[in-house]
Write a protein that binds this ligand. Structure first.
Ligand code: ATP
Ligand code: MG
Length: 139
């Protein structure tokens, strides 16, 4: 089934000028970038986005990393896009990520792991709506 998922190219990757390299892996995996914008997340946006992790010990560090420098927010479209992108991203901890995945190739650490991808179709819809209106997504 054709799906849409939400992606963020995180500050560790934008800082190292890797947005094109990450997009090449995304497109190489058959996912289409149907919306994309470079922004600097506000603290309020980052806190809301990662609200589910508010009680975790790394929450403060995560919010400060995500707001330190620009990110690229994206909508990706393709067959089973949610699961397909999670596979292309690789495991949260780059040491456990499979060869060829974005995190294996580019992530610096479990925190600075280069990309975010929605973990369910429901969350994809919620996350996309936080950053894009329907008319900004061109499939
Ligand atoms: P994301 O939600 O960013 O796509 P994920 O779903 O693979 O990543 P989550 O468990 O949702 O992983 O964690 C969200 C983010 O919080 C991770 O991508 C990472 O940046 C950070 N994070 C997770 N676990 C840790 C940890 N143990 N130490 C530091 N940062 C962490
Ligand atoms: Mg997650």
């Amino acid at each position: 089934m054709t799906e849409r998922t939400f992606s963020i190219i995180k500050p560790d990757a934008t800082r190292r000028n890797l947005t094109g390299a990450v997009n090449a892996v995304i497109e190489g995996a058959g996912l289409r970038i149907v919306a994309q914008r470079r922004i600097k997340l506000t603290e309020a946006q980052a806190k809301k986005f990662y609200e589910v992790h508010a009680e975790r010990p790394f929450y403060g560090e995560l919010v400060s990393q995500m707001t330190a420098e620009p990110v690229v927010v994206q909508v990706l479209e393709g067959p089973n896009a949610v699961a397909a992108y999670r596979e292309v991203m690789g495991a949260t901890n780059p040491e456990q990520a499979a060869e060829g995945t974005i995190r294996k190739q580019f992530a610096l650490s479990i925190g600075e792991n280069s990309v975010h991808g929605s973990d369910s179709l429901e969350n994809a819809g919620i996350e996309i709506a936080q950053f894009f209106t329907d008319d900004q997504i061109v499939g």
